[in-house]
Design a protein around this ligand. Structure first.
Ligand code: SF4
Length: 514
């Protein structure tokens, strides 16, 4: 199995992004589009941990560009720095890519110039490589077998080593992402003659990857042997679709069929679908990212075979059992605390209320006025409902606490609105370790739980009690606890990390930013 294309010697060439809108054009976006973008920014403004990208691909639909656009819209929560769509009609590959949200980069007016029945798309949050035009995905590169588009979710932990090896053999890299490496491996002379070069090349990668690749006439999906990041497969009529989360299928009317298995490569062409294993896949410990269930994935998605909302409700129930509180109301921190709060309320029989209201209109154009007199950032996204919280004993449920500063501000809002007691319950255990597999967790020094006891954190937050989920409680909420990574809570990393895998690890410091 290998990507097809005309035999043509030469280096890997990068077909760089064509930024769809310049500053001037962005100003000229219609009022309606601007409002939608601003609303979406507000929706996304709750994101506190960088997520590692959303990917989508379709084979066999005359509507490929439109489907990809809609699917990426559903996946926008996974990355907001850049977006891109590449489409093939079997002859030509065309693309629209740019920095910003999907709606700022591609519009329905572009579909006419993106004809084709194959497409791949990407929304990016950079976890390796800075946010610059060269790094926007899908990358479209050319090597001796033809054009090859790459969209990647995850982070490789041996990217530097592989890149140095490729460079020693003459590769010239065009980006500072780890995602480009796979094409340089494919382009090696010893791999060109292989029937299935991807199976061998992917075996050289270590770490987290869910990939969708596209050639002129095939779509390929692949997932690392640990299965860190999700990758679902579905059908829409005769078309085959792949997406990071099934919420993308719901929006386009596709039916979820199954996940691409850890260590599996699925290739779709005019001849049908083939599946094969990555060469080193067998024997690897399956290690799905449990944080996808805690926080990253949308609650309406099926991830790793389970509906995210259901897992979060179970987390909330377990929290209520292990960490009860005498209280009058349960309130969630919107949005990711909602399902957990529901579970807590059901288990404890304490009424669920809306104690926080979110401002949906906080766009990125909002500029904070001069410093708050207290020297602290003002909480602009949430406000407390005074009538709900005043004089009440409140259980506040959130999914996680990372640095603690945002949480402290929010709990102070409840105090200011007259809350009598505040009991904070967290759906996940304390985050004590950084993530190297594609989630932009702060360094250990910035994780409040890495150096402080629960009592210290409670005092820092200024609340009456603080209860975290236990690791046992966390894994009890999923159907197959042994198939999960929980390294950011336990420090037990399923894939050893031996090199610096920071966001800028592949960046050349001599190159200024664009
Ligand atoms: S370390 Fe945490 S965030 Fe990273 S893959 Fe494992 S569970 Fe997910």
């Amino acid at each position: 199995m290998h990507p097809e294309g005309p035999e043509r010697p030469g280096r890997v060439q990068h077909h760089g992004p064509a930024c769809r809108f310049g500053v001037k054009e962005q100003r000229e976006l219609s009022v309606r589009q601007n409002r939608e973008v601003t609303n979406l920014r507000g929706e996304l403004s709750e994101v506190r941990i960088g997520e590692s990208c959303g990917i989508f691909a379709v084979y066999g639909s005359p509507d490929a560009a439109r489907l990809t656009y809609l699917a990426l819209f559903a996946l926008q929560h996974r990355g907001q720095e850049s977006a891109g769509i590449v489409v093939s009609d079997g002859e030509k590959i065309r693309s629209r890519k740019g920095l910003g949200l999907l709606g700022e980069v591609v519009t329905p007016a572009d579909f006419g110039s993106l004809p084709g029945h194959l497409a791949a798309g990407h929304v990016r949050y950079s976890t390796t490589g800075s946010n610059k035009p060269q790094n926007i995905q899908p990358l479209v590169l050319e090597y001796s077998r033809g054009l090859f588009a790459v969209a990647h979710n995850g982070n490789l932990v041996n990217a530097k080593e592989l890149r140095q090896k490729c460079e020693a053999r003459g590769s010239i890299f065009q980006t500072s992402t780890d995602s480009e490496i796979v094409v340089h491996l494919l382009a090696r002379p010893e791999n060109l003659g292989l029937e299935c070069p991807l199976a061998r090349c992917l075996a050289e990668l270590r770490g987290a990857y869910s990939f969708v690749f596209m050639t002129r006439d095939s779509v390929i999906a692949a997932r690392d042997p640990h299965g860190f990041r999700p990758l679902a497969m579905g059908r829409l009529g005769d078309a085959v679709v792949f997406a990071s989360e099934t919420c993308a299928f719901d929006l386009i009317g596709a039916t979820y069929e199954r996940d691409v298995e850890p260590g599996e490569i699925v290739r779709v062409t005019a001849s049908g679908m083939e599946s094969q294993r990555i060469d080193n896949a067998d024997g690897a410990r399956v290690s799905h990212c449990i944080f996808e269930h805690v926080y990253f994935a949308r609650p309406d998605s099926v991830v790793f075979g389970e509906t995210v909302h259901d897992v979060r409700v179970r987390l909330g129930r377990r929290l209520a059992t292990d960490s009860p509180a005498e209280a009058d109301v349960v309130i969630p921190v919107p949005d990711s605390g909602r399902s957990g709060a529901l579970g807590y309320a059901r288990q404890s029989s304490i009424p669920l209320e809306r104690g926080f209201i979110r401002n949906h209109y906080v766009g990125r154009t909002f500029i904070m006025p001069a410093e708050d007199p207290r020297g602290e950032s003002v909480e602009i996204k949430l406000n407390a409902v005074r009538n709900v919280v005043s004089e009440k004993r409140i259980v506040v449920v959130d999914d996680s606490i990372i640095r603690g500063t945002t949480s402290r501000r929010r709990f102070q809002l409840l105090r200011d609105a007259g809350a009598r007691e505040i009991h904070v319950r967290i759906g996940a255990p304390p985050c004590r370790f950084p993530c190297f597999y594609g989630i932009d967790f702060p360094s250990k020094g910035e994780l409040i739980a890495a150096s402080r006891s629960v009592e210290d954190i409670r005092a820092f937050l200024g609340v009456d009690s603080l209860g975290y989920q236990t690791v046992e409680g966390l894994v009890s909420a999923v159907a197959h606890p042994d198939d999960y990574c929980a390294a950011c809570f336990t420090g037990d990393y399923p894939e050893p990390v031996t090199e610096n895998v920071g966001k800028l690890a592949l960046e050349n410091p001599a190159l200024g930013s664009d």
